[in-house]
Design a protein around this ligand. Structure first.
Ligand SMILES: *Cc1c(COP(=O)(O)O)cnc(C)c1O
Length: 471
């Protein structure tokens, strides 16, 4: 509680202007010419309430409480309220699929498709040949099928939704057999056992955390079994004494016992990650080939497209999913469909590694990254003479390829003795666009791999500004 004398406290409180007076003071008066009165009144009230709070807590100086200062603060608050909070940032972390930074950036063509479709009427559900009502899914269905080698495909809101929908559609009130090592939490609270419970399916865990064999599944199949399921462990790795059943073995059991086989791949790549010096991530085509009835994967992980959940598999099963009420509740918006369609076409044209940003980033060679980091260093040498270029590691992220790294070169800026890494990072986050890097042992690190060509100049200008203020 306040240590101020009640008399002093009252005097300061009484000295605060009224809401009306605050609205008439510059620069609020100027804002009032164009903005709704109610909005400004609310912000003025908030500003005054905060001022009262700071008086009570003895944190207010006299200057802070002057009319001009309060009006200035209220105006800043107003501008912040009106600014769009979701904005572009520069990802210099070297994490290619950064879940907090929006995962996969779209290709130029996919981005353009979003803009084209969003700003005009379009044939989202209109068949241009017959002139009749069409299906919004038709725009990606055949692409998913063709690229995965499956009979059919469907795309909905995200992969979590895809898993939930197929469990609800095919396993409600029945049993789903899953290896104990795959009853995982993917992130953001998405836990496979919880999703199953929510869908009304009963989870039957088999095997152990580190070892599960095909016969463990076989023994667990009963009259109640709807499906065998495999879930990609995504964000962790079990190493050492481990075993898991091959998808082919599970397909054989599923076939023989008349139950479904579902493979939740998570990332679900369509191209071989070994091409980029990473270990081989099971592809969607391989899962279909191995005999999975349905395969689910994300649109914005290793596919490199917009947020979406794709399901590839048997025609008859996909047809049932398309008619399920959840398909309507979880359907994709036109902007996402536009981006997804163009992203899938990059694969069809065989240009995914040249056109899709995440693959371009993963294809970068250490030499080229070193060259780029060195150019950054020379550009900054005047303002930041302590800058160096050091070897480092980029990661794939996004729950893909856990523990896998790509060799890279980083621009390293040692934190000056009169500064702190936290303060510098806060400063970088306050830039437009905000710059997000890494810190290791009191050194700011910037990985060229994940910085888009269009953002390079902003990054360097931002780092120059930072040094101008701090070194
Ligand atoms: C990421 C992931 C999901 C969830 O996918 P979203 O597209 O993020 O909803 C589900 N399963 C696995 C195995 C995953 O890796």
């Amino acid at each position: 509680m306040s240590l101020l004398e009640p008399a002093t406290l009252n005097k300061l409180m009484r000295g605060l202007p009224s809401v009306e007076k605050l609205l008439q003071a510059d620069p609020m008066r100027l804002l009032a010419e164009t903005l709704p009165h109610d909005l400004l009144v609310e912000i003025a009230r908030q500003t005054l309430e905060e001022a009262r709070q700071s008086i009570r807590q003895e944190q207010a100086s006299e200057a802070d409480l002057r009319l001009e200062a309060l009006a200035e603060r209220a105006a800043q608050k107003t501008n912040r309220t009106l600014e769009s909070n979701l904005r572009q940032v520069i990802n210099a972390t070297g994490v290619v699929l950064h879940t907090n930074l929006g995962r996969a950036p779209l290709s130029e063509a996919a981005t353009a498709a979003v803009v084209t479709v969003a700003g005009a009427y379009n044939n989202l559900e209109y068949d241009l040949e017959s002139g009749e009502r069409g299906s919004r899914l038709s725009h990606v269905e055949s692409l998913v099928a063709r690229l995965s080698g499956a009979e059919a495909g469907i795309a909905i809101n995200n992969n979590a939704a895809a898993v939930f929908m197929l469990l609800t559609a095919f396993a409600q009130g029945k049993e789903v057999i899953l290896s104990r090592g795959q009853a995982v939490e993917i992130g953001g609270g998405f836990r496979i056992p919880d999703v199953m419970a929510q869908s009304g399916a009963r989870l039957v865990e088999v095997g152990t955390t580190n070892k599960t064999y095909a016969q463990d599944y076989e023994r667990a199949v009963t009259e109640q079994t709807a499906m065998l399921m495999r879930v990609h462990s995504s964000n962790f790795k079990v190493i050492g004494f481990t075993a898991s059943a091959k998808l082919e073995e599970l397909a054989e059991i599923a076939n023989r016992r008349g139950v479904m086989l579902v493979d939740d791949l998570g990332s679900g790549t369509l191209i071989d990650t070994a091409r980029f010096g990473l270990s081989h991530e099971p592809t969607v085509q391989e899962s279909i080939q191995a005999g999975a009835d349905l395969v689910t994967f994300s649109g914005d992980k290793l596919l490199g497209g917009p947020q979406a959940g794709l399901i590839a598999g048997k025609k008859e099963l996909i047809a049932r999913l398309k008619k399920h009420p959840l398909a309507r509740a979880l359907r994709l918006d036109k902007m996402t469909l536009a981006a997804l369609q163009v992203t899938l076409q990059h694969y069809l044209r065989g240009e995914a590694d040249r056109k899709i940003p995440i693959w371009q980033m993963m294809a970068r060679t250490p030499e080229s990254l070193r060259g780029q980091a060195t150019r950054w260093q020379s550009r900054l040498v005047q303002v930041w003479p302590t800058a160096t270029v050091v070897e480092g590691l980029s990661t794939v992220g996004g729950g893909s390829l856990p523990g896998e790294t790509l060799p890279t070169w980083l621009l390293a800026l040692p934190v000056p003795s009169h500064e702190t890494a936290n303060r510098l990072q806060a400063n970088l986050r306050a830039q437009r666009p905000p710059i997000i890097g890494r810190v290791e042992r009191d050194t700011l690190l910037f990985d060229p791999r994940t910085v888009l060509a269009s953002q390079e100049e902003s990054l360097l200008a931002g780092l120059e500004k930072l040094t101008a203020r701090t070194v």
